[in-house]
Design a protein around this ligand. Sequence first.
Ligand SMILES: Cc1ncc(COP(=O)(O)O)c(C=O)c1O
Length: 323
Amino acid sequence: MITGDKVWFDGSLATSKSISVSLMSHGLHYGGGVFEGIRIYDTPRGRSIFRLRDHLCRFIDSAKYLRLNIEYDIDDLYEAVKLVVRANGPNADYIRPIAFYGETPNLSMNPLNIPSHVAIITVHMGSYIGNRQVQDGMDVIISSWEKSSNRTTSSMAKICGNYINLALAKLEATQAGVDEAIMINCNGTVAEGTGENLFIVRNGNVITPDLASGILEGITRDTVMRLAKASDYIVEERPIIRGELMVADEIFMTGTAAEIVPVRTINNVLVADGAPGPVTRHMQKLFHDVVRGRDARFIEWIDLIDDKSAEISDSLETFETES
Ligand SMILES: Cc1ncc(COP(=O)(O)O)c(C=O)c1O
C-alpha cells in the first residue's frame, strides 16, 4: 500500500513528512478518534469518489458519540477531500479521513477540553482482501472474540478504539491462515466481519443482520440492499443465527475496502458447494457498474473529482446505447 505524499491536516495541505503529532495524544493512548474509508473509482467521465457526502455524514456523526469537535463542516471536508485527492494524483484509490483528540494533559482519559485534529490521507489500496478471493470466494473463521455489544460502545460509530476488538479477530484469522473472521455478538447471533458487513442468501432472499446485532451501518451494505431491491429480491434486516450460516445458499461480505467478496468456507466447511452463487455474482456485477458510473439509476452516488456533471449524463447515454 503506497501512501500519498500530500495530506490535509487541520485546514491545509502539507507533505506527510512535515506533520508531527504529540506522543501525549488521547487518540494514541485511548483510541479517542473517528475515521472513514472511502473509495475512488474511474468512471467514463473521470475519477469519482463513491458516496462521498454519505461517508462525510457518518464521519461527523461518529464524532458526536465521542463529543469530538470537528471544526470543519461537511462542505469544508468535502472540498478538503477533493483537494488532497487531486494533489496525490491518479494512483490514490482510497481515502482515510481521521479526526482525533490530541494532547491530553496529565494523560487524563477525560476527553473534554482536549484539542482535536483532523487529517485526510490517501493510499493506493487495490483489492483489500485479494483478487482471487473476490473471484472465487474467501475462507473465514468464526472468531473466538465476541463482538463488542451496543452496550459496550456504539457499533454504529467508526471510533478508533472500537477497532481493537476487530483487530484481535483479524489477527486470529490471519494466524489461522484464512482471509477474514466473522464476529458473533453477545446474543449469539451474527454481527459482521472485521471490516465488512455480512449477507446471506436463503431461498432467494437477501438477508443481513439488523443494527441491533451490533454492526456498523455500512454504506456498502446500504448500497447492496438498495441494488438488491432494485433487482426485485426480498431484502430482510434481522438477526441471523449462527446455524443459518451453515445452511445458507450463499454468503458474501461487503465494505468500502473489501467491496463484495463471496465466502467460500467457514471454519473449513464449504458454504453450499463452495462456488460463488448467482445472487452474489449478480450483486458484484451490478455494484461494479454502479460505482463506475455506468448505471443511470444510481448516478447520484457518483461524485466526480473534477466536476463535469453536465457531461456524465451524455456519457451514460453513450454507454446505454453501446451495451
Ligand atoms: C466494522 C466494519 N463493518 C462494516 C464495514 C463496512 O462499511 P462500509 O461499507 O461503510 O465501508 C466497515 C468498513 O468501514 C467496518 O469497519
